[in-house]
Design a protein around this ligand. Sequence first.
Ligand code: SF4
Ligand code: MSK
Length: 663
Amino acid sequence: MSDEKEKLTIAKEDKKVKKLNLREATSCPATLQMIKRMDEDGNDSVFHRAAEMKPCPIGAESACCKNCFMGPCRLNAKDPYAKTGVCGANIDTIAARNFARAVASGAAAHTDHGMGMLDAFRGVVRGTVGHFKIQDEAKLRSVAESIDIPTEGRTVKEIATDLYEELERTYTQVEGEIPFAKRVPPKTLEQWRKAGVVPRGAMREIMEIMHRTHIGVDQNYKNIVTQCSRTALSDGWGGSMVATEISDIMFGTPTPRVAGVNMGFLKEDHVNILIHGHEPLLFEGMIAASQDPVNIEKAKAAGAKGINLLGMCCSGAEVLGRHGIPHAGNFLSSEPVIATGAVDAIGVDVQCIMQALPKVAECYGTKVYTTNYRAKIDGAIHIQFDEHNPLDAPTKIIELAVERFKNRTVKVIIPQRQDWGVHGFSHEYVTYMLGGKFRGSYVPLNDNIINGRIRGVAGVVGCNNPRVKHDEVHVEVVKELIKNNVLVVQTGCSQIALAKAGLLKPDAAVLAGTGLQEVCETVGIPPVLSLGSCVDNSRILIACAEMVRMGGLGDKISDLPVAGCAPEYMSEKAISIGHYFVASGVFTVFGVTFPSVENTKFHDYLFRGLEEEGFGKWGFAVDPHDMAQMMIDHIDKKRAALGLAEERERKLFSMEDRRAAEG
Ligand code: SF4
Ligand code: MSK
C-alpha cells in the first residue's frame, strides 16, 4: 500500500471509530478502573463497542419489519403513516408485532428458567436428584395452600408431589387459568377475565403470540396487545413466580443479611471463581463443591489460601440474598471484572452472558465455562451441568480454576472497592419485619401509606445499558424517590447499582424524607429493599396482592399508590416484566429508549389507552428526575383517588399554630 493510501485508510478508520469517553461511561469507580485497563491494553469492552456502534434509527423506533421475506420493510418514524410495508402492514401493526415478539422472547426466557427449576424439583420429589432437597418446608406448605393444595396431616413428599403436578400446568395447560391466578386479587382477576387476558399455560401463550405476529395473521394493534398482556402475565404470575417459589422451597427463602458487593471482594491469594447467569442450580452446586474439603485441599496444594466464590448479574443477586455470597458487579461489569486478572474461572448458565466474554477471558489468561446445553458460546469450554449430580460440573470447574491459579501469568489488579449492604428481603420477611412472628402482616405497611409517612412504593429494577451512564440513572431515580418518602424495592442489576452507591444500608435512611426515615428507623430497615434476581420481580407482584388483601388501599392492584421503573433496561425480558406490571395494573416507566413510534395509535394505547381500560400504563423518560417525578405524580394521583391526599394523622397543635388559627 502506498503511504498516501495507508494514511487515507487510517483516517477513514479514525473517523469510523468514535472515541469512548471513559468518564461518561460509568459511575462505578471499579468498573472505570478496569475499562481504563482494558483501554490501555488495547482490548475493547461493551462500552467501547457501544461508542462505535450507532443504533440503527429505524430499528430503534420499531419502524422496521422483518417478519417475512418480501421485506425487510422500513417505515419513516417521522411520518409514520406515510407508507406501509409491502403487505400493507401499517406502523401500528409493525410496532405492535415487534413489541409482541420482545414480550414472547422475554417471557420464554423466564418461563424456561422456571421450567429448569421445576425439572430439578421433579427430580427432588422423585428422589432422582442427588444433593438438592427441600430446605424450606414452611414455604412449601404456604405455596401449596395458596393454590388450594391440602397440607393438613400430609407428608412433605405428598404435598411436594401435588405441588409439582399443579405447577407443571403453568407451562403445559391448554385451557383454563394458570395455578397462581388464585393469588391475584379478585377484582383484578375479574377485570382480566373480562379482557380475556388470564393466561392458560405459558407454552400456549408464547406459541400463540409467535403465530399471531406471523405475516398475514393478527393485524389489529389492540388485539396484538391483548395477547402481549396474556403472555406477559404468564411470565409474571407464571414462569417467573414458579422460578422464585421453587428456588425458595429448594434452597431457602431469603432473609435479610449483610453482604458485600464489588470487585474488592476478589482475593489475590485465593482461587477466584465467578458464577454468572440466572438459574440458581449451578451456583448452589458450586457453593457445595467449594466447601468440599477435598476441593479446598486441591486449592491449598496449588498455593492458594482457599476458594473464593463471587456472583455476577442475577445468579449473583439471588445468592447474595439467600446465602450472603459476595457479588462482583452487574451486567456491564462482566467484562471489566475479568480484566482484573484475578478471576480463575467464570462459570455461566443462561441469559445476559455477552458473547465477548471468552475473548476478554483469553486476553487476561482465564476461561469461560458454559454449563447449560441451551447456551454454548464459541471460545468457551462446555462442561454440562447435570442436576442429578449437581456437584460434578462445579468440581471440574474448580479443578480447572486451580490449574489456572497455579499458572497465573497476568498481573492481578483488584480495585479496592467493597460496598456493604443488607440483602435478602422477601415478601415473607416484609410481613414478618412489620408485624413480628405472631402479628406478621402488611397492615403496618398499609397503615404507614394511609397515614402518609410512606407516600407509596416503587419497584426500581432491571439491567444496565451502555447507551446511558452505567448505574447513574438507577441511583439518581432511587435517591429522588426516597427523598419524597417513596419506599423502594429492587431486583436484578439495579439493586447492585444501589448497593454500590451505599443505599442498601439502614443508615441510608438519612437520605429519605422524614416520614420514610421514621419508618426505616423504627423498623431498622434501609429505605431501599433488595429482593433478588429478575424472576424475583414476582415477589413484588405478591407484595402488591397482599397490600390489596390487607385493605384500605383499594380493591385492585391498579388502585395502589405504587409505580415501577427500569431506568437502564436492555433485555427483552425487561419488556415482558414491564408489560406484566402494566397488565397487572402498575404504571411502569422505562428509560434509555422505547420500542414504539411516538404519535401513533399503538404508542398512545400503551401510554394511555390501557389505563382507561383498567390496566396500568407505560411511561418513558430519559432523565432520572423526570422518571421519578412521573412515578411520584402517579402515586399522588392514586392517593387522591383513595382519599389519602391529605395526611390523616391527628396533628397536635403547637402554641404558634393556635395563635395562627385564632387569627
Ligand atoms: Fe414487509 Fe409485511 Fe413482510 Fe413485514 S410482513 S416484512 S411489513 S411485507
Ligand atoms: S441480569 S436481564 S441485565 S437485570 Fe437478570 Fe441484569 Fe437485566 Fe440481565
